[in-house]
Design a protein around this ligand. Structure first.
Ligand code: NI
Length: 156
């Protein structure tokens, strides 16, 4: 197990543009393994490398039956729209109302450098967009409509 510390959005690393991964070595694999452990312990859906202080374009998303590893991901296609509650492990205890596409397709490399595409709907599409934003230094609070109130959260 390699649990890494999740940084909050007060840390400068959450607001920097991350660099591309060019070397697909053991160090990258260890980062991905540690990120999966960290995500599981935090009970989250997705995690981006800058959240653990690594300014590289690496993201993981729990898509239900597996942990999807996205290295150097880009959005290639989006469609539809959803408006809903969104949270972030780097913004503990708060949720915001965020508009996202309902379907999102990403292109990325796996831990060995092989390119692939993955498509997600609803929560997964939301998560792809949220995590990819992290790689450009964007936290959801910068793109949300507003924070949700305690009453609204209680009703959900
Ligand atoms: Ni986040």
């Amino acid at each position: 197990m390699g649990i890494r510390k999740i940084l909050t959005d007060k840390e400068p690393s959450l607001h920097k543009v991350c660099k591309e991964v060019t070397v697909f070595d053991k160090k990258l694999h260890k980062l991905l393994d540690d990120m999966a452990d960290t995500l599981a312990e935090a009970n989250g859906v997705g995690l981006a490398a800058p959240q653990v202080g690594i300014l590289r374009r690496v993201v993981i998303v729990d898509v239900g039956d597996e942990i999807l590893e996205l290295v150097n991901p880009t959005l290639v296609e989006t469609s539809g729209e959803q408006i809903g509650a969104e949270g972030c492990l780097s913004v503990p205890g708060r949720y915001g109302l965020v508009k996202r596409p309902n379907v999102a397709k990403v292109k990325a490399q796996d831990r060995y450098g092989e390119w692939f595409e993955a498509e997600g709907e609803e929560l997964i599409a939301r998560c792809f967009c949220h995590e990819l934003d992290h790689l450009d230094g964007i936290v959801y609070t910068q793109v949300m409509e507003r924070f949700l109130t305690e009453e609204e959260l209680d009703q959900m």
